[in-house]
Write a protein that binds this ligand. Structure first.
Ligand SMILES: [Zn+2]
Ligand SMILES: [Zn+2]
Length: 255
């Protein structure tokens, strides 16, 4: 699979893009950054978006996508999320107050998007790429994903504090190539990480002891302004003797 990292930070600011991972040029996981990294032609090719959870940094560019691609989109975009996430999108974003309900535009019969409720541990196949939601531990209901094709698998934790489910899935996986893991705050802000259910490098160090598979490990969700501190703390972490890498250093990778 091809992964293009449009954004992988825990907020937006100069040099920081919130989370959006583009797979095989047409499937997004989260919608924190779209228009600032894609041409209109590229954005028009997106067919599906899988959401980890309802927090703004993971969906903020979605409303603008419908504006931008209204003329060029031939088929409705498919939005996949847990019931909590889909309900939140419809109630708080596409409510005809914050933004138009594009699921009924241009016509009620054929709008700009359709919603699809997903459930943890089920497998969803989109053009040969298989997505398995995995429940994780965050302040709102959140899933990570195992994303797999015939060449390999990737596990993306989503926003989470320490959790076992990701590692159970990873250790069960026979073709795991990489794990992308929440690392949001410096070790000095452990209290904030605990409260907001994110991780520090100290948490990740403990968590990685649960991962029995030799694979690449990437850290994502650096909070705005903290990247230089967090990069140093990330690179001190090792898995099977290899440095954990900041995902923000990678624009594109083949898995
Ligand atoms: Zn987030
Ligand atoms: Zn979050």
């Amino acid at each position: 699979m091809k992964l293009r990292v449009l954004g992988c930070d825990g907020g937006r600011g100069l040099g920081y893009n919130s989370t959006s991972l583009l797979f095989n040029d047409h499937i997004l996981v989260d919608a924190g950054t779209i228009q600032s990294e894609l041409t209109l032609e590229e954005a028009s090719k997106i067919t599906d978006i899988f959401f980890t959870h309802s927090h703004l940094d993971h969906l903020v560019d979605l409303p603008f996508l419908f504006d931008a691609t209204f003329e060029s989109r031939k088929e409705p975009l498919r939005l996949h999320g847990t019931k909590h996430t889909i309900d939140a999108l419809m109630k708080h974003i596409f409510n005809d107050t914050i933004w138009p309900n594009f699921s009924k535009l241009p016509t009620a019969e054929k709008g700009q998007f359709v919603t699809h409720v997903i459930q943890a541990d089920n497998v969803y196949d989109v053009a040969g790429l298989r997505f398995t939601p995995i429940e994780v531990s965050h302040t709102v209901p959140t899933v990570g994903f195992k994303i797999e094709d015939d060449n390999g698998a990737l596990i993306f934790s989503g926003d989470t504090g320490p959790v076992d489910s990701i590692w159970d899935a990873a250790n069960d996986c026979t073709n795991l190539e990489a794990v992308i893991l929440d690392l949001s705050f410096p070790v000095s802000e452990q209290g904030v990480a605990d409260l907001s259910k994110h991780m520090t490098a100290s948490d990740v160090e403990v968590e990685l002891k649960k991962l029995k598979v030799d694979c690449d490990v990437y850290a994502f969700h650096y909070k705005v302004g903290l990247a230089s501190t967090l990069e140093v703390q990330t690179k001190q972490l090792k898995h099977f003797g290899k440095e954990v890498k900041p995902l923000r250093h990678f624009k594109e990778m083949i898995i």
